[in-house]
Design a protein around this ligand. Structure first.
Ligand code: AVJ
Length: 322
C-alpha cells in the first residue's frame, strides 16, 4: 500500500516581521554604511541566487552536491537509524533530497524557515517525494533560540543540517553563537552536519562572486530595487555598482555596493549622503581552512568528528559533535 499524502501542519512561531525601514535607517547611519545580507532574499533575490548557483564560476553548490552524490550513503550510515533531521533553512534544495533519500528509517524532518511561502513550497514537494518521512515544518527565525516540536516517535538522535556554507555569512561572534545554539538543540549523542566553503586561491574565490554573466551583480543591486519598492527609499540603482573583493587576512569575500556619484538617499524624510565612490558593506562570505573551522567549532563546544571533501578539495561537509 502506498502512503497517501497527509495534511501537513505548519508549526507557526510567528517570527517577528522585521522593521526594514528601521534596519535601513540604522545601516545608513553607521560608519561605514552597512546593510545586512538577509535583505537580499525577496522573491527576485531568491531566484537570482538560484541562477548564481548555475554559473560556471560559482563552484560552491556544484562541489557540495558532488560531495553528497559521493558520500550521502556514508553520511546516512554515520547518522544511523531513526534520526531526526532539523534543517536551518527551507530545505528546497537537491542536497536535502540526497540526504533524506539515504537515511535509515528517519523519524522526522524538521525544516526551520522564516519565509512561510518558501517553507510551504518546499514541504509540499518533499511530501510527494518522501511520503514515509514525517515532515514537521516550523516557521521561525533560526538565528533565534528554538524549541523543537515534540516528535511523534522519539528519535535516537537529532542532527542539525546547515548546508550551503550559509555559516559563512556570519561574522565570527555570530557564527559561534549560532553553532552554540545548534549544540543546545541537538540531542545528547546528536550532531551538526554543516557545509563549509574552504580557503583557496583568491582568484577562484573572487571569480565565484564576480561571474562574467553579471548575475551576482544583479543579485547585489536587487537589494536596492527591493528597498525602493518596499520601503520607498530612492536609491539611484544605476549609480551603484557591485564590488566583491577577497580579503585574505580576514579570509572572506567582502561585498559592497559602491556609489559611483555623490548622491542623497532618503528613508522617509531623513536624508543620507553618499560620497562619490563610497562603499556600503552588504555581505561577508567567510572561507575557512579545516583548522580554522575546527577552532571555531571548538569555541562553540563542538568537535569535528568527520570531514568529507569534493575531488578538488574546494568545499567541505563536516559532522560536529559535543
Ligand atoms: C548562500 C550565503 C552561501 O555567500 O556564497 C552567493 C550567497 N552571495 N553569491 C554565499 C551569495 C553572492 C551565498 N550563501
Amino acid at each position: 500500500m502506498s502512503a497517501q499524502p497527509k495534511e501537513i501542519r505548519l508549526d507557526d512561531r510567528h517570527p517577528d516581521i522585521e522593521d526594514t525601514t528601521e534596519t535601513v535607517r540604522h545601516g545608513l547611519a553607521a560608519k561605514p554604511k552597512k546593510l545586512p545580507s538577509r535583505l537580499f532574499y525577496d522573491e527576485r533575490g531568491s531566484q537570482l541566487f538560484e541562477t548564481i548557483c548555475e554559473q560556471p564560476e560559482y563552484y560552491l553548490t556544484r562541489a557540495e552536491i558532488s560531495i553528497m552524490r559521493e558520500h550521502a550513503a556514508d553520511i546516512a550510515d554515520l547518522l544511523g537509524p531513526e534520526v531526526r533531521i532539523v534543517e536551518y533553512g527551507s530545505g528546497s534544495g537537491i542536497k536535502t533530497r540526497m540526504l533524506l533519500e539515504h537515511l535509515h528509517a528517519p523519524v522526522a524532518y524538521v525544516p526551520v524557515e522564516i519565509s512561510r511561502s518558501a517553507l510551504l513550497d518546499s514541504v509540499a514537494e518533499l511530501a510527494t517525494r518522501f511520503p514515509d518521512i514525517p515532515l514537521q515544518p516550523v516557521c521561525a527565525d533560526f538565528t533565534q533560540p528554538l524549541r523543537l516540536p515534540v516528535a511523534a516517535r522519539s528519535p535516537r538522535r537529532t542532527v542539525i543540517y546547515f548546508p550551503g556554507s550559509t555559516i559563512g555569512n556570519f561574522e565570527t561572534k555570530e557564527a559561534i553563537k549560532i553553532l552554540r545554539q545548534m549544540r543546545a538543540e541537538m540531542s545528547d549523542g546528536g550532531g551538526v552536519l554543516i557545509g563549509v566553503d574552504l580557503k583557496k586561491d583568491s582568484a577562484t574565490i573572487e571569480a565565484a562572486y564576480n561571474d562574467a554573466a553579471g548575475v551576482t551583480s544583479e543579485f547585489t543591486l536587487n537589494m536596492l530595487v527591493r528597498l525602493n519598492r518596499e520601503i520607498g527609499t530612492d536609491f539611484d540603482v544605476s549609480a551603484f555598482r557591485h564590488r566583491a573583493h577577497y580579503n585574505p587576512m580576514a579570509g572572506r569575500i567582502e561585498t559592497t555596493l559602491v556609489s559611483t556619484v555623490r548622491q542623497d538617499v532618503h528613508v522617509g524624510n531623513e536624508a543620507f549622503s553618499f560620497r562619490e565612490n563610497e562603499a556600503m558593506q552588504v555581505e561577508y562570505s567567510c572561507k575557512y581552512s579545516l583548522d580554522d573551522f575546527a577552532q571555531l567549532a571548538a569555541k562553540a563546544g563542538l568537535a569535528v568528528q568527520q570531514v568529507w571533501l569534493d575531488a578538488d578539495g574546494q568545499f567541505s561537509v563536516q559532522y560536529l559533535v559535543r
